[in-house]
Every structure is written in C-alpha cells, then in structure tokens.
Design a protein around this ligand. Structure first.
Ligand SMILES: [Zn+2]
Length: 228
C-alpha cells in the first residue's frame, strides 16, 4: 500500500508551477528508485491512497510513456476530491497547470477507483479523516496498530509555523476558511490522541513529531532523530 505517488518529474517543471520560489535544492523523482532499494516492485503495490490531487502527490501515477506506474493497484480517493478536479470546479481555486496535472493523472485511474468518506477503514487499521480546505476533498489518514496511532496529515498543514498560526493561509490552501477549520480539528485530534504525526512537507526528514497543546494554541515537537 502506498500513500500518494509523489512529485515525479515535477522538479524539472517546478519553476513553471511555482514561480518566485527558489528551486535550487528541489529534488524529485526518486520514489521508484527508493521503493526498489527497499525491495518493493511497483507491480507489487495493490492499493494507492491519494490524500489529494496536487501535483506533488499524484505525480508518479503515470510514467513518461503515459502508462500506469502502479499497474496492479486500486486507487483510493475522497469522492469530493475526485469530483472537484474532474468536473473543473477546482479550477476556480487553482492555476491551470495544477488542474491539467490533476486531470491527466486522475483520468488515467478512472476505472480503478474506490471512493472513501470520513471514518472509512481502507485497510485494517487505516482510517480516513476528511480534512477539506487545502483541497476540496483532502483526506488525512489515521493508522493504528497495537494501541499506537500515526496520523498522516499530508498537507492539512504544510509548515510547522502554522500550528501556532492556523489562521495564516498558505497560497496553496484552495479553500482558506475550511482549511483553517481542518487545521484546528486535526491539531486537537493529534494532541488528544498523543499521536505520532507525519507532516508530508515538514522539515527535517523523516517529518515526524507530536502536537502539544500547552495552552490555547498548539506547538510542533519534532521527534529526536533515531527515536519515535
Ligand atoms: Zn504537498
């Protein structure tokens, strides 16, 4: 099972997609090589969960020849996410190049979809937490095992600073009001559960930590390297 397919070749076109950003350290396109290094062939992946259809999360759905990279997988996505991109309503809140990338990748998996909603269990121990705002149908994932919880928040929040300022809107949050609500709910959930949290874009690798709620706000506490 794979959560999101990464940015693929986005690194090469990143300056076009995200102008006015320093791309000198951008590295993308390593997912397949890293999977192989971990002993996993793309053909062995039977479930791909898509948290949302931004280019850095669906970029390796197709290879350079336009073929499915994970050819034997079913694809799991929130219905709202699918419909907003494929119907074009997302285009009101996203630049054309993002809509193009989303549509190209989503159309390719149209015949192998499973739609999910809040609380659905995708695989044993992996539940959907709907978190709209960053995109219309964004989902986080609660992964539990033997009393422990890992909360994969994907892009509910894209930088730790926003734990202290959930009302500050990153330009990539398509629906800012919903995004702020989702941030607050997710931080509360993580703090109450004492969950280990994976923030997709949080530095430094491996992007793991805990959410603390010392008073009225929240704080990010990254794990110490080599521990969980
Ligand atoms: Zn992202």
């Amino acid at each position: 099972m794979l959560i999101d397919t990464g940015a693929g070749n986005l690194g090469a076109s990143a300056p076009k997609v995200f102008p006015n950003v320093d791309h000198s350290t951008t590295v993308t396109g390593d997912l397949r090589r890293n999977l192989e290094a971990a002993g996993v062939e793309a053909s062995e992946v039977d479930t791909v969960i898509i948290t949302h259809a931004h280019p850095d999360h669906v970029g390796v759905t197709l290879d350079d020849e336009g073929e499915l990279v994970f050819a034997n997988a079913r694809y799991v996505i929130g219905r709202e996410e699918w419909e907003s991109w494929t119907s074009g309503t997302a285009a009101k809140h996203a630049p054309p190049i993002m809509v193009d990338i989303a549509q190209r990748n989503l159309e390719a998996i149209g015949d192998r979809l499973t739609f999910v909603d809040n609380g659905d269990e995708i695989l044993p121990g992996i539940r959907v937490v709907t978190t709209p705002g960053h995109t219309p149908g964004h989902v986080a994932l609660e992964i539990s095992s033997v009393g422990e919880i890992l909360l994969h928040i994907s892009d509910v929040v894209i930088y730790p600073l926003h734990l202290e300022h959930p009302d500050w809107t990153p330009v990539f949050d398509m629906l800012p009001e919903a995004a702020e609500m989702s941030k607050r709910r997710t931080f509360d959930r993580a703090a109450e559960q004492g969950a280990l949290v994976f923030g997709h874009h949080f530095p430094p690798f491996p992007n793991l930590g805990h959410v603390r709620k010392p008073g009225s706000g929240w704080q990010w506490q990254p794990i110490e390297q080599g521990t969980t």
